[in-house]
Design a protein around this ligand. Structure first.
Ligand code: AMP
Length: 298
């Protein structure tokens, strides 16, 4: 495997690969890789000819009081994993190379950012869209792979690709969990043993919401308040940042739930803010099915 730190070298190699008519699959990450990241790399391996994984802790997507400085950086271990998984390149540029001019131009996201992490982390998705625009130009991928662990990010990146006319196909990949149900995250390593135990309630709270929907509950307010009450009764160390249910991928609220929806939550612990979500399909109401049937039979 090739480890590249220079932007120019990465661009040159990408051009050579494209010249050979090979497809480039790209997995952007902030490193401290785990099985969630590995699942994206594996997907890239099976769907692209040449796989590039980037490791870059992107300063512009962190707020002033967030964990940019303490974000876990484990490049040597990451390189080993990326090599073991059979990727072709680990691209790990420096901050000064990626941002040489003190951010004179940033990409500004205006839709889908008034909810969930976008609302709670102002400017976060501007930073994400900015770094991805740069990385897409450098790596020049045909395919990009993103995890539904960050479902809002998937929806926004899809919009970025469309709006900026990138000729890139996005593969959304399933959220990978620990055996006990905790969503895998680089930030889990910053939890104390007690917090780690308590964090299991994120997945359980979302499951509760899902089971209410399966029983036929259609009101987002009812489901939201059940989840909020569950957190109130079960969290001692963590503080709820948000609980929401939205249409997905539109990221719009709907009082009466139907179609594909996301139930999402964020909980803050001392050194780590955790997010989790479940995306599910709500079957159309009987009357709607009845209407569709009549229409088909015409
Ligand atoms: P990060 O390094 O946290 O920026 O994540 C890089 C990519 O890995 C993003 O597309 C994430 O959504 C994805 N990812 C992180 N954790 C998971 C997980 N538990 N399951 C699936 N994908 C994940």
């Amino acid at each position: 495997m090739n480890i590249i730190t220079s932007i120019e070298d990465m661009q040159k190699l990408a051009a050579e690969v494209r010249e050979k008519r090979k497809t480039i699959g790209f997995v952007p990450t902030m490193g401290n890789l785990h099985k969630g990241h590995a699942s994206l790399i594996n997907k890239a391996k099976t769907t692209s000819d040449f796989v590039v994984v980037s490791v870059f802790v992107n300063p512009t997507q962190f707020g002033p009081n967030e964990d940019y400085e303490t974000y876990p950086r484990t490049l040597d271990e990451d390189a080993k994993l990326v090599e073991d998984l059979g990727a072709d390149v680990l691209f790990s540029p420096s901050v000064t190379d990626m941002y040489p001019l003190d951010n004179p131009i940033l990409v500004h996201v205006t839709q889908g950012v008034d909810v969930l992490c976008g609302e709670k982390r102002p400017g976060h998705f501007d930073g994400v869209a900015t770094i991805l625009t740069k990385l897409f130009h450098i790596v020049s991928p045909h395919h990009v792979y993103f995890g539904l662990k960050d479902a809002q990010q998937v929806a926004i990146v899809q919009q970025l690709i469309q709006d900026f006319h990138f000729q890139i196909q996005l593969f959304p990949c399933p959220l990978i969990r620990e055996e006990d149900g905790l969503a895998m995250s680089s930030r889990n390593s910053k939890l104390s043993a007690e917090e780690r135990k308590e964090a299991l309630h994120l997945n359980r709270a979302l499951k509760l919401g899902e089971s209410l929907i399966e029983k036929g509950e259609k009101s987002s307010d009812v489901i939201k308040s059940s989840i909020t009450r569950y957190f109130y009764e079960n969290l001692i160390l963590g503080e709820v940042d948000y609980v929401d249910i939205l249409r997905y991928p539109e990221l719009k609220p709907a009082a009466e739930l139907s179609g594909q929806v996301i139930i999402a939550c964020a909980v803050k612990y001392k050194q780590a803010r955790l997010i989790d979500n479940r995306i599910l399909m709500i079957p159309a109401p009987k009357e709607a099915l009845g209407y569709a049937k009549t229409y088909d039979e015409k």
